[in-house]
Write a protein that binds this ligand. Structure first.
Ligand SMILES: Nc1ncnc2c1ncn2[C@@H]1O[C@H](COP(=O)(O)OP(=O)(O)O)[C@@H](O)[C@H]1O
Ligand SMILES: CC(C)(COP(=O)(O)O)[C@@H](O)C(=O)NCCC(=O)O
Length: 392
C-alpha cells in the first residue's frame, strides 16, 4: 500500500520584514492536516538544512518551483509534502522524529516558564490526536478550522502558483492561469473521506454550501469489500482494466439501441449504477473485480460531479475546483468528474483540478502562521521552472 510519500517544492522567502521571525527557529516550520483517511504534512527546510539528509526512508523528490526574489534568505529552501495513513499515525510520528521536526516550528507559547511548541494543525485529527502529540513530543496542536484552511490553501495555490489549475477532458490536460481579479466566486469541492462543497467569495470569505457522505472513504471502503483489494492504489489499478458496462445498467439495456433520444439520453448513458446485477442470477464472485471497481469509481465520481454542478448552478458559479486526495491526478477519475460536470451543466460549467489537490488544508494551516504575525512563509509570486509532477 502506498501509505506514505514525500515530495518537495523549492521556494524562496518573499516576506515583509518581521522581527519576530528572527527570534525563532525557522529551520523547519511545519503544519498538519489530520483527515479521516490521510495525514498531510507540509514542512519547510532551508536550503542548507540537515533535513535533506535525515530520515531517508521516505523518498524526497524535488518538484521545482522557484520564486523570483530573495529578500529573506533565512526562508530560502524547500517546501515538502508528505502523507501518511491516519490509521498508522505512528509512522507520521516517526517521520516527524526522524526529521527532527518535533524540535522546530514557527511559534512558541510560554507555559510555566517553559517554551512549548505550537504546531498549526487542521482536520478532525487535530482534535482527536491532540493528546498524542502532547504526550509524545510535548507539542501543542494549534487548531485551525478545516474549511478556513482548505480555502486558504486553494486561494494561495490559485493565486501564487502558475500552472496549478488545469482542466482534464478527452485525455487532455490543459493548464489554466486564472487572473486573480477574476478568481472569485468559485465552488471548491473537497473530496476527502467525505465531501465538502464551499462557495468561495474571497480570501477568508466563504460558505460551506453542501456536502455528501459519499466520498473517497466510500470508494475505498466499498472497493475493499467488493474487490478484496488492500489499498487505494491497488483499487485504482484494478479499475483501469475494468468495464463498468458489465455491472451498470445502461439506457440501452432499458430502451434498446436507440436510447431515449427525446430526453437526450444516449444508449450508452448509465441509467442505473450497479443496476445490471439485479438482472443477473449471479453472486459476487461471478463478477470481475476490475468491472466492479470501474463501476464503483464511476458511481462515486458521477455523483460528486452532479452534486457539485447542482451547487454551482444554484450559486451561478462557472468554475468548480476539485481538491482532496480522491482525484490524485488519476486521469480516469478526473475525466469522469469533468464529463459529469459537462453533461449536467450542458457545457456551461467547467471542472478544474489542482496539482497539489491533496494538500489544501495542510497548506492553509501552514499559511496561517502568517496570521499570527510571523510574516509570509511562502513567496506570493512563485514562478514555474519546469513542468512538474504533483506531490502525490
Ligand atoms: N494512498 C492512499 N491511501 C488511502 N486513500 C487514498 C490514497 N490516495 C488517495 N486516496 C483517496 O483519498 C481519500 C482521502 O482524501 P483526503 O483528502 O486525504 O481526505 P481526509 O482528509 O478525509 O483524509 C481516500 O478516502 C481515498 O479515496
Ligand atoms: C466531516 C468532513 C468535513 C471531514 O473532512 P474529511 O476528513 O472527509 O476531508 C467531511 O467528511 C464532510 O464534509 N462530510 C460530509 C458530511 C455531510 O455534509 O453530509
Amino acid at each position: 500500500m502506498e501509505d506514505q510519500s514525500c515530495r518537495s517544492v523549492e521556494i524562496d522567502g518573499n516576506s515583509t520584514s518581521n522581527s519576530e521571525l528572527d527570534s525563532y527557529d525557522h529551520n523547519s516550520p511545519w503544519a498538519l492536516d489530520i483527515g479521516g483517511t490521510l495525514i498531510k504534512l507540509v514542512y519547510f527546510s532551508r536550503k542548507d538544512s540537515s533535513l535533506e539528509s535525515v530520515g531517508n526512508s521516505v523518498q524526497v523528490e524535488e518538484v521545482g518551483l522557484v520564486t523570483g526574489s530573495k529578500k529573506y534568505p533565512i526562508l530560502d529552501g524547500k517546501l515538502h509534502f508528505a502523507k501518511f495513513q491516519t490509521s498508522k499515525i505512528n509512522e507520521c510520528l516517526d517521520f516527524i522524529e526522524s526529521k527532527l521536526l518535533h524540535g522546530s516550528c514557527c511559534s512558541h507559547q510560554e507555559v510555566s516558564d517553559k517554551k512549548k511548541l505550537l504546531i498549526k494543525a487542521t482536520g478532525g485529527g487535530a482534535y482527536k490526536y491532540a493528546d498524542l502529540f502532547k504526550e509524545k513530543f510535548g507539542i501543542r496542536l494549534d487548531k485551525e478550522d478545516e474549511m478556513d484552511s482548505l480555502v486558504a490553501g486553494a486561494n494561495f495555490l490559485l493565486k501564487a502558483v502558475p500552472c496549478e489549475a488545469f482542466t482534464y477532458m478527452e485525455g487532455r490536460k490543459d493548464f489554466v492561469q486564472i487572473d486573480a481579479s477574476d478568481l472569485f466566486p468559485y465552488l471548491l469541492v473537497s473530496i476527502g473521506s467525505g465531501v465538502s462543497m464551499i462557495k468561495v467569495d474571497g480570501d477568508g470569505k466563504f460558505e460551506r454550501v453542501s456536502g455528501t457522505s459519499l466520498g473517497g472513504g466510500t470508494l475505498l471502503g466499498m472497493g475493499m469489500l467488493l474487490t478484496n483489494c488492500q489499498s487505494f492504489d491497488e483499487f485504482l489499478e484494478l479499475s483501469h482494466k475494468g468495464d463498468n458496462r458489465n455491472i451498470d445498467m445502461l439506457v440501452r439495456d432499458i430502451y434498446g439501441v436507440t436510447g431515449y433520444s427525446k430526453l437526450g439520453l444516449s444508449a450508452t448513458t448509465i441509467a442505473s449504477s450497479f443496476g445490471k446485477v439485479s438482472f443477473d442470477n449471479k453472486v459476487l464472485k461471478d463478477y470481475k473485480k476490475e468491472d466492479l471497481a470501474r463501476s464503483l469509481l464511476r458511481m462515486i465520481s458521477n455523483n460528486v460531479a452532479q452534486i457539485a454542478y447542482l451547487n454551482a448552478g444554484h450559486g451561478q458559479l462557472k468554475r468548480i475546483i476539485f481538491g482532496g486526495f480522491f482525484t490524485r491526478g488519476h486521469e480516469y477519475i478526473m475525466e469522469t468528474i469533468s464529463d459529469g460536470v459537462q453533461y449536467w451543466s450542458k457545457g456551461k460549467a467547467k471542472a478544474m483540478f489542482l496539482r497539489h489537490e491533496g494538500f489544501l488544508g495542510a497548506l492553509g494551516a501552514f499559511k496561517s502562521y502568517e496570521k499570527h504575525g510571523l510574516g509570509s512563509l511562502m513567496g506570493h509570486h512563485l514562478t514555474e521552472q519546469s513542468p512538474v509532477a504533483s506531490p502525490r
